[in-house]
Ligand binder design. Sequence first.
Ligand code: TEU
Length: 567
Amino acid sequence: VNADLWWQNAVVYQIYPRSFADTTGNGLGDIKGITAHMDYLAKLGVDAIWLSPFYPSALADGGYDVDDYRNVDPRLGNMDDFDQMVHAAHERNIKVIVDIVPNHSSNRHEFFKAALAAGKGSPERDRYIFRDGRGENGELPPNDWESIFGGSAWQRVEDGQWYLHMFAPEQPDWNWDNPDVHQEFLTTLRFWCDHGTDGFRVDVAHALKKDMNSPELDQVSPRDGADRTDGSHPLFDRNEVHEIYAQWRKLFNEYNPPRFAVAEAWVHPARQYLYASPDDLGQIFNFAFAMKMWARNNFHEAIEAGIETTERSGSTATWVMSNHDLIRHASRFALPQIQAPNEHQIATDWLLRDGGTYEENRELGTRRSRAALLLEMALPGSAYVYQGEELGLFEVADIPWDQLEDPSAFSSHDNGKIKGRDGCRVPLPWIGSDAEGSFGFSPENASERPHLPQPQWYKDFAADVEDDDPDSMLNLYRETLRLRHELQATDHTIEWLDEDKESGLPDGADGNMGGVIAYKRSNGWANITNFSATPAELPHGTVLLTSGPLTADGKLPQDTSAWIQLD
Ligand code: TEU
């Protein structure tokens, strides 16, 4: 195996640094907290960690509002801590990926302050997207666009001009028609490569280039996303964005090994290969996998979309069940009527419903999560695991409104049900017996509480509790990742075993997740998952791993997966 291609079948563990582990007691996770848990990550069996932003930030959007791209938030540590963390990871053969946020900076970035100070028409202002307003005195925004978090996508500044922000007002969009912006990001990428970083996750990679002269501007809005898949939409997934990534790729390839990159780009499956090509970023998240994981959809389509991107790009597929933007999948699966992952809408009532329903739901969500893990991990390509999913954590549905942090919650507040993305970002439980404290997230003498409140049920999900329990989610993840390494085939193909795959799929109206999903790898390693109500026959071979017990007559019950070495 070519060592440069370490990422092709990697299991990448996403760390949301402010919620991982706090060593200073300020209630925010920090870089040293990651270093302190490197053995935990090594034992889990991950090949790489990806760190969500840890840069200086006012946290208007959980750190995706970056003040300074080439530094560590002082509350999270400093560059020495970062270097030590990379060293500790590399010692254990774990790669380090950082998050790069090129669509927007924060409004506290040095360049944005300069843009405000230098005024209208200045070269400094041209690094962002400033326009005059409409109306007699320019008091109306340049157009009626809504931002992705809700509200106008334009914010007025003191001299009367308006700047574009696709996300929060604190996140002004960079102008990628300006060469300074290109230069600034090349400098930043080089900075992190030189600090030993192995790769980058590129935030909203499909949004950087906008055609602000398009005659169609009044028919589109950032909030609506891209509805066209030929590269001609004025705001998203424009072909010119690949000129940027071709330049980045040249820089990445100057390094040994070449640096890795994965695009976060919500584009049509038919356009994904452009980002995944070897001349481009090289890999792209396949969100179809997460999106199809609920009633009335089918996995076959999502898996085929991922494999197709592989074939068209020469990259490998990616699989994502959860991340810091999506409702935790254990919760999505715990409902008879499974929720879409990005609706940010966990009704507080179901989780807390009286009469034992909560326990029942919890059991269902756990069982389906275990089955989904085996389904995911036998697939070729990279699997992205979000911190806490290895503990089987549920969404924290009952964070009081006044303690929420996420801007997507506040902007939709009047709906009364949208609680935003904080429920999957609650600081991790490490020590179950520390229920009076912070479940081991912060040190004992901490001066601050964890930045989001932890629920009491965390006591059952803490890492030390699960470590001791052979049947825990944590130990299933460890065993699954270990076997996945051992069994990995040399190619990136699958062959479906459930030939009549269409007819096997119920429509999910009764709340189940689909039918029987079975495939094999070229070396005879097969996964069979049964999401239907009828117990399924196992194919002939040796059972290597199951997500739960088989029936008395050796069949695979509902919501269970098995790995088989075929005869
Ligand atoms: O997300 C991009 C993005 O499109 C999401 O915001 C998505 O639309 C939203 O979560 C609704 O599902 C990236 C980051 O992952 C996210 O955390 C940031 O808020 C966003 O970019 C802005 O930087």
